[in-house]
Design a protein around this ligand. Sequence first.
Ligand code: HEC
Length: 87
Amino acid sequence: MSEIFPKWTNKLPGIVLAGLIVLGGVVSYGVYYYVGPAYGRAGYQPTQPVSFSHAIHADQLGLDCRYCHNGVETSWFSEYPIPPRPV
Ligand code: HEC
């Protein structure tokens, strides 16, 4: 009686298991890297181009942040008003 499956198929469960372990490692590292704080640049504190103090407008007058940073709820960065250009 001839063989139905070739001999190398005996190693198939081990090959599949090794593949799943490698795949699991790659996926885990990918999630760790892309969800982690380094990729999202947590703690990023650039020096601001305009040294604007919020003491008067936000602290004393209690202005709503969205009055100036009007795009903060709709964009990934908080905009601030740019003075109109002289005509
Ligand atoms: C009177 C307008 C105004 C109001 C109100 C205001 N901001 Fe600002 N904000 C500015 C300006 C102008 C800058 C300077 C932007 C720059 O330096 O490029 C700024 C910068 C910032 C920055 C980055 C620089 C820094 O100082 O850390 C943050 C964060 C910030 N505002 C948060 C807030 C929050 C939170 C509120 C509400 C409590 C608020 N702002 C209210 C005008 C305002």
